[in-house]
Design a binder for this molecule. Structure first.
Ligand SMILES: Nc1ncnc2c1ncn2[C@@H]1O[C@H](COP(=O)(O)OP(=O)(O)OP(=O)(O)O)[C@@H](O)[C@H]1O
Ligand SMILES: [Mg+2]
Length: 452
């Protein structure tokens, strides 16, 4: 450790005391001793002189080191990256480093004895005042952010940290204030804030857009729901209409069948009987008789044809003999009228197992399906089955003909035939289900079923 200040002084005192003691002792000795004693004394004095010179040298070195370290301290103080101020109790600047002076845009010398608040922007005066007051009153470190106004009018942002210290054995209070330039940070903060508020604005706009879109979507959903409801309503109406149509059709057919039966058929029967009576009265070789015979058989054909039509319109066979016989008869007649076709039919259900109301439905679906086979299919084989499988009654008409695109709605609907639609409606209205499967070149299968 180097000897400095008071320590050096103590060493000199010690040295001086020793030298005085030594001289005192030598003067006593010189009274009693001869010349050698004087020489010895001179010798020792030389030694002391050298010793003193060495100590002088050491002192000079210590002084130089002291000066160097003081310079270093001032360098560090002056060129520190933050400003340091020493203020008195009233806020007068007593000391300031170069960085601090630079922060205020002034010469260091010009700042001494100036109030620091002179360089505080008006908007930050209150904050600075309470900062200083708090530091002095509480004795704790205070940190604040204020706006500074440089000498040339430029403003900057600074963070100030102040601690109050006592000097002069507590009689004087000083404030050590460190000032950090935070202008760049503030600028970045402002930019960040601006970016943030811009972003928030964008988010608000986007949210507003989304809300509008959402509202529009809701409106659209509501509109569609209403349309869907209206559509369902229309569908229901259509079903009701179709059902009414089918009932009217059945009633009309029945009425026409009755009319035909009661009027034309009865009249024809009466005419045939009249012709028959006339024929009997004719001689066998009569030419008129031959003509009458022809008329008689033509009337018979007409009556048979009329009966077939009447039957077709309202199959009395259903009421008279039941659906099983009616289905068998229909299949047989179909075979008779379509010689080129091989017709197979199977009935595996008992008459009493088929509910009364279902009989006309089964009959009409079979009638329409067979009509379609003969009109459109050009099939070689057709298989018909009416069966009861567990609690299900099932009617299937399957052909191996040309088929059609059953998914193509253009084959049905307005301006087209109503056969397929009426089959579906009849099945639906009677509580059953129907599937019409067909593909071009792969034949057609009509499958209707009812659960009981
Ligand atoms: N078994 C089938 N084979 C081939 N094509 C068929 C068959 N059944 C129906 N089609 C096709 O489906 C169309 C619709 O049949 P649908 O019974 O509805 O009408 P239609 O027979 O033409 O007329 P309508 O039955 O009203 O007298 C037919 O025009 C035909 O092209
Ligand atoms: Mg048809």
């Amino acid at each position: 450790m180097r000897k400095t200040g008071a320590k050096n002084e103590r060493e000199f005192k010690k040295l001086r005391t020793r030298a005085e003691e030594f001289l005192h002792k030598r003067s006593e000795d010189s009274r009693t001793s001869p010349v050698e004693n004087v020489q010895k004394l001179i010798q020792e004095l030389h030694v002391h002189q050298v010793e003193l010179e060495m100590q002088n040298e050491e002192l000079r070195n210590a002084q130089t080191e002291l000066a160097e370290s003081r310079d270093k301290y001032f360098d560090l103080y002056d060129f520190a990256p933050i400003g340091y101020f020493t203020l008195d109790e009233k806020g007068l600047i007593l000391e300031v480093n170069l960085t601090g002076a630079d922060l205020l845009g002034s010469d260091r010398a010009a700042l001494i004895k100036k109030v620091f608040s002179r360089f505080v922007a008006p908007g930050s005066q209150d904050a600075y005042y309470s900062h200083r007051k708090q530091a002095i009153e509480t004795g704790t470190k205070q940190v604040s952010e204020i706006e500074l106004k440089r000498k040339n009018g430029q403003s900057s942002h600074a963070q100030i940290q102040s601690v109050a210290v006592q000097e002069n054995e507590g009689n004087t209070i000083r404030l050590r204030t460190a000032v950090v330039d935070i202008t760049e940070r503030k600028r970045a903060e402002m930019a960040l804030l601006a970016a943030h508020s811009h972003l928030e604005k964008k988010i608000e706009e986007r949210t507003a857009d989304l809300l509008t879109n959402n509202a529009q979507l809701h409106q659209e959903i509501e509109r569609r729901t209403l349309v869907e409801q209206a559509l369902k309503g229309s569908e229901m109406e259509l079903h009701l209409l179709t059902s009414r149509l089918l009932t009217i059709q059945e009633d009309e057919r029945k009425a026409i069948a009755l009319d035909l039966h009661d009027t034309i058929t009865q009249n024809l029967v009466a005419i045939r009987m009249f012709v028959e009576t006339k024929l009997r009265a004719m001689p066998d070789d009569s030419q008129t008789g031959v003509s009458l015979e022809r008329i008689y058989s033509m009337i018979g054909e007409c009556i048979a044809e009329l009966r077939r039509i009447v039957d077709h319109l309202r199959p009395s066979i259903l009421d008279d003999l039941g659906v099983i016989i009616a289905v068998n008869r229909l299949c047989e007649e179909f075979q008779e009228m379509n010689h080129e076709l091989s017709v197979e039919h199977e009935v595996a259900v008992k008459e009493k197992e088929i509910p009364e109301g279902l009989k006309i439905v089964i009959y009409r679906i079979l009638q329409e399906a067979l009509n379609n086979v003969s009109k459109h299919s050009e099939a070689s084989n057709v298989k018909i089955s009416l069966r009861k499988i567990e609690s299900r009654i099932e009617l299937v008409i399957k052909d191996d003909g040309a088929g059609f695109d059953a998914e193509d709605k253009r084959t049905q609907g307005l301006g087209k035939g109503i056969g397929l639609t009426s089959m579906k409606e009849r099945a639906y209205l009677s509580g059953g289900s129907i599937s019409i499967q067909s593909r071009k070149g792969l034949g057609t299968a009509v499958m209707a079923s009812w659960n009981y």
